[in-house]
Each structure stands twice: as structure tokens, then as C-alpha cells.
Design a protein around this ligand. Structure first.
Ligand SMILES: NC(=O)c1ccc[n+]([C@@H]2O[C@H](COP(=O)([O-])OP(=O)(O)OC[C@H]3O[C@@H](n4cnc5c(N)ncnc54)[C@H](O)[C@@H]3O)[C@@H](O)[C@H]2O)c1
Length: 335
């Protein structure tokens, strides 16, 4: 039920059995990893709200039947569903959204409905809740947009480069306004390219690491968009879980805070291919195709703010995370 390579470090001091948690998007990649951590450490209740539009029941199937686990099939675009899902909840991690820059370019209207209107439903229901102590939400490094500055530092954002980036920026604006107007203070975590177990390589909008792992396992050639010098601050999922746990349980805040969640490293796609060759013992060469619209060229985060506010420290650097996830894909099902 629990992956033996993950969550062997405890990121909380309090007894989780006293508390109930709602994870929206909890059947998705990052959400189901947060669920796994909470259940492994005996949380009192873990409720998932997900419409399975992009997540997989497979990600939470093992937890069904646990007395402290509850799955609600529902849509965040419905306000009453959000209110009901929050009943009796102490801590909320809001992960539900439609990710992927290309998807948002193809269908900006649905991305906006889920990511903006859905977010507004969730934060409004959370503000109205009588039991909730903290809401944490998934923000995105895409908010840095066309700013060329490296590392990316909170407060130094550029213009969004895709409809997806606009939706994530609007989340931050609403969270900020809810803090000022209603004194409802939340924490946004700007994820930088998260990867790890439970991220599906077969989804049409799959991210680069699952796709490349799949090619190396199947012995087929991956295609790199661009010259392979594009770089990212790839972040292993256990680091994202650590940040969510610490942000949810942070004792008190009196303002909205948004912060980078990353490793503070920079890896190019060509370097990743070389590492995968070594890990897989498979000497596969990549094809090179055209650059993708809406993508930023380089990304690397400053993690000073999250380190000082949440006492966050990335325990898994890129190479270690890549070894774990490659192993998981090799042994696992969905290929
Ligand atoms: N994975 C990354 O690298 C990354 C980077 C930046 C930000 N994010 C953000 O982190 C969050 C989680 O991302 P992920 O990679 O786990 O994506 P994911 O697609 O695996 O998970 C999102 C989940 O939300 C659910 N969902 C979508 N629309 C819904 C709706 N209308 N109602 C209820 N549930 C709905 C999906 O079914 C899915 O299970 C998202 O908000 C995403 O935008 C992810």
C-alpha cells in the first residue's frame, strides 16, 4: 500500500490522528502522494475530492476500505460540492486543476472554468468553513512567465506566457485579495516541474520525465522539443509533499504567502537523457523537434523564502528522484 522508498522522513511534529484533511485533486499525481503520506502517518481522516477527469482511481485504489480514508467523486466547479467536502475538515490542500500548458492553449475556456472558477469555489467555501484551520494551494512556476531573471525570486514575476499561467496567476491574486478583504490567509506553493511515482506517462498531456522514462524502458527514441538545452528545476514529489504538510500545519500566519517549491537546481533535457542512459543501461539517442509554444526557456528557483518560512529542505535531489521514479515505472503497471 505504501511505497517503501518514500515518506520515511517525518515532516510533522503534531499527532495527525487528531486532524482531518481534504485533498482536492487527491486522485492525481501530487494529491495522491500527499494522501499516501497522511495515511502512512495515521491521519484521523483523509478525504479526497476529485472528478477523475485527469487523475486515476488506480492512484488511490489501495486506500479504499481504510476507515480513515474517504473518496468523494465530485467537481470543484460546483460550489455546494466544495462546501460539503469541507464539512468537519481541519486542513485543506487544494491540488485540483487542469495542468499542462498545451491543454490550456487548446482549450482555454475549460482550463479557466476549472482553474479559476473552481479555485474561487474552493477558497470561498474554505473561508466560510467553521472548522478549517488552513488552506494551502498549488500555485505554479509558470507565473514567472517571460521574466528572464534567474533564479526566480518571489516578487519578480514577468508576464504569463499561456492561458494556464494566467489561471495560476489569478489564483494568487484571489488568495491575496481574500487575505486583505476577509482576513482569510492561505499559502500558495509555486511548484517547479514536479515528478515522481503516480505521474502517468500515458496521458496525452503527460510531462517530460514520465514520457522519457517510458521511452527508455520500451527502448524507443524520445523526442526533445528544441535543442535540449532548455533547463528546469525538476523537483521530486516527496519534496512537494513535505512542503504541503509543513504549510498546512504551520501554526499561524496573518497574511497570504506564496513561495517557490523546488530544489534550487537546474537540469537540461540533454543532461536528463544522459542520466537516463546510465540508470537504464540503455544507450538511446533522442530526436530533436521544434520548440513548444508557451514554454519558458530556463527555470531555476530561489528556495530562500520557503526554507525560512516553512523550514523546508529538499531531501531528494534530481538524480536520486530520477532513480526512484525510473524504478517505479519499470516495475509498475500503466506502461
Ligand atoms: N506537476 C507539476 O509539475 C505541477 C507544476 C506546477 C503546478 N502544478 C499544479 O499542481 C496541482 C496538481 O498537479 P498534478 O501534476 O498532480 O496534476 P494531476 O492532473 O495529476 O492532478 C490534478 C487532479 O485534479 C483533478 N481535477 C481536475 N479537474 C477537476 C475538477 N473540476 N473537480 C475535481 N477534481 C478535478 C484531476 O482529476 C486530477 O486528479 C495542479 O493544481 C497543477 O496545476 C503541478
Amino acid at each position: 500500500m505504501f511505497n517503501p522508498n518514500l515518506y520515511n522522513t517525518r515532516y510533522h511534529d503534531t499527532d495527525l490522528k487528531e486532524y482531518s484533511f481534504l485533498i482536492t485533486g487527491g486522485a492525481g499525481f501530487i494529491g495522491s502522494n500527499i494522501v499516501e503520506y497522511l495515511l502512512k502517518y495515521g491521519a484521523g481522516k483523509v478525504r479526497v475530492l476529485d472528478n477523475l477527469s485527469n487523475g486515476y482511481f488506480e492512484n488511490i485504489k489501495d486506500f479504499m476500505g481504510l476507515p480513515n480514508f474517504e473518496f468523494v467523486l465530485g467537481d470543484i466547479r460546483d460550489y455546494d460540492t466544495c462546501v460539503k467536502a469541507l464539512e468537519g475538515i481541519d486542513f485543506l490542500s487544494h491540488q485540483a486543476a487542469l495542468g499542462s500548458v498545451p491543454r490550456s492553449i487548446g482549450d482555454p475556456i475549460t482550463s479557466n472554468e476549472v482553474n479559476v472558477s473552481g479555485f474561487l469555489n474552493v477558497i470561498t467555501a474554505a473561508k466560510e468553513s467553521k472548522t478549517l484551520k488552513r488552506m494551502v494551494y498549488a500555485a505554479s512556476s509558470s507565473t514567472y512567465g517571460d521574466s528572464p531573471a534567474l533564479p526566480k525570486v518571489e516578487g519578480n514575476e514577468g508576464n504569463p506566457l499561456s492561458p494556464y499561467a494566467v489561471t495560476k496567476l489569478v489564483n494568487e491574486l484571489y488568495a491575496d485579495v481574500y487575505s486583505r478583504v476577509y482576513e482569510f490567509h492561505t499559502i500558495g506553493l509555486r511548484y517547479f516541474n514536479v515528478f515522481g511515482p503516480k505521474q502517468n506517462p500515458n496521458n496525452p498531456y503527460a510531462a517530460v520525465i514520465p514520457i522519457f522514462c517510458k521511452h527508455f524502458i520500451e527502448g524507443t527514441q524520445p523526442t526533445i522539443n528544441g535543442d535540449g538545452l532548455t533547463s528546469r528545476d525538476f523537483t521530486f514529489v516527496e519534496n512537494a509533499v513535505q512542503a504541503n504538510i509543513k504549510a498546512m500545519l504551520l501554526p499561524s500566519i496573518d497574511t497570504h504567502e506564496v513561495m517557490n517549491m523546488a530544489c534550487g537546481d537546474q537540469v537540461t533535457l540533454n543532461e536528463m537523457i544522459e542520466m537516463l542512459k546510465a540508470i537504464s543501461c540503455n544507450d538511446i539517442h533522442a530526436n530533436y523537434g521544434p520548440e513548444r509554444k508557451g514554454d519558458v526557456r530556463h527555470s531555476k528557483a530561489s528556495i530562500d523564502k520557503i526554507s525560512s518560512l516553512l523550514n523546508y529542505e529538499p531531501k531528494f535531489r534530481f538524480q536520486k528522484g530520477l532513480e526512484i521514479v525510473f524504478d517505479w515505472y519499470r516495475n509498475k503497471m500503466i506502461l
